[in-house]
Design a binder for this molecule. Structure first.
Ligand SMILES: [Zn+2]
Length: 143
C-alpha cells in the first residue's frame, strides 16, 4: 500500500470494493423478515424475482433475508454516517444508481459525496466526477 501512503487523498477517495462490502456487512445484522410488516419498494434489480422491502435497519430483497438466501440485495439505511432515504433506494432499484448523495463521512472523518450504484450484483459507491464545468448548449434551433 505504498501508493496509498504516498497519496492519502487517493486512499480515501478511490472506490474500494472490499471496504464498501465490509461497511455494508457491518450495518447488516440478521433481521427476521415478515413481508406483511414491511413496505415494498419494487422489484429487486438483482434477482428480478423478489420485492425490495424496507426493514428496520435496512432495505433488502425478500430473497436476501429469507432462510435460503438466493439474492444478495441489501442496503443499510445508514451508510457511513449518512441516512439513505427511501426515494433514493427506489431510484437505485429502478435506474441502478442514486442521485449524488452528499455528507457521507469517511473512516477518517472526512465528508464526501457519492452515488450509490449497483454493479455486478453489489451496491457500491461511485464518486463524484471532477470534470470541468461546461455550459450546456443553448442555441436556438434555426428554423
Ligand atoms: Zn433479489
Amino acid at each position: 500500500m505504498l501508493w496509498a501512503a504516498a497519496n492519502p487523498w487517493l486512499s480515501e477517495h478511490v472506490p474500494q470494493w472490499g471496504f464498501v462490502r465490509r461497511a455494508v456487512k457491518r450495518f447488516m445484522p440478521g433481521e427476521d423478515f415478515d413481508a406483511a410488516k414491511h413496505e415494498a419498494l419494487g422489484l429487486c434489480p438483482i434477482c428480478q424475482k423478489g420485492q425490495v422491502y424496507v426493514l428496520d435497519r435496512a432495505y433488502a430483497c425478500e430473497n436476501a433475508v429469507s432462510k435460503e438466501k438466493t439474492c444478495t440485495f441489501r442496503i443499510s439505511k445508514n451508510i457511513l454516517h449518512r441516512e439513505i432515504p427511501v426515494e433514493q433506494v427506489q431510484k437505485l432499484i429502478t435506474t441502478g444508481k442514486t442521485d449524488l448523495l452528499p455528507k457521507f463521512v469517511s473512516k477518517k472523518g472526512r465528508p464526501f459525496s457519492a452515488h450509490l450504484k449497483l454493479e455486478n450484483g453489489k451496491v457500491g459507491f461511485e464518486f463524484a466526477e471532477r470534470k470541468p464545468k461546461k455550459s450546456a448548449p443553448r442555441k436556438a434551433v434555426a428554423a
